[in-house]
Design a protein around this ligand. Structure first.
Ligand code: GNR
Ligand code: NI
Length: 172
């Protein structure tokens, strides 16, 4: 396993549409292991492959990663939203690719997601609460969309400027 570098906005690779996973082999499972390790190292609750520069429709998630022993990483390949609620809820979101910045995003409160696991087996799950928020946030990454793209241009630019400034200060 290896910790990979997480790309930070405005990296153009974060804007690309990811392609479907077609081959469920050891290379894919190794990628997913690296994603899980990278997510834990960064203290995130989810990570999408494009965030480490891999343009594949692959997501890992662990909403309960506070207790080390209870580590229960979930893996979602080729996820598709097959239903979403009319009801929407606001949630304060952050993103490992937009470090240190948080803003309220409104999304459907519940959704049903069809996906494949790391062996290619198909599943469907009903999501609500933080799981619904996180899976929609991760699926956005597969379309090249960041949470800041859901905000007004004013708020988005303010956040992206802060990220760029923090980055310049870190580099110097
Ligand atoms: O770690 C993360 N926390 C989070 C909090 C609220 C809404 C979404 C997220 S996902 C984020 C990790 C990340 O950037 N995944 O793409
Ligand atoms: Ni993110």
């Amino acid at each position: 396993m290896a910790i990979r570098e997480i790309l930070v906005a405005p990296d153009p690779k974060l804007k690309m549409k990811a392609r479907r996973v077609e081959t469920f082999d050891d290379d894919l499972r190794k990628l997913l292991d690296d994603m899980v390790e990278t997510m834990y190292a960064a203290k995130g609750i989810g990570l999408a492959a494009p965030q480490i520069g891999v343009p594949l429709r692959a997501i890992v998630m662990d909403l309960a990663r506070d207790e080390e022993e209870d580590a229960a990483p979930r893996k979602f390949l080729n996820p598709e939203i097959v239903w979403e609620s009319d009801e929407e809820v606001p949630c304060e979101e952050g993103c490992l690719s937009v470090p240190g910045q948080y803003a309220e995003v409104t999304r459907p409160a519940q959704c049903r997601v069809r996906y494949q696991d790391e062996n290619g087996v198909r599943h469907e799950i009903d999501c609500d609460g933080l799981l619904a928020v996180c899976i929609q946030h991760e699926m956005d990454h597969l379309e090249g969309v960041l949470f800041v793209d859901h905000l007004s241009m004013l708020k988005r630019n303010m956040i992206l400027r802060k990220v760029a400034k923090a980055r310049r200060e870190k580099a110097s």
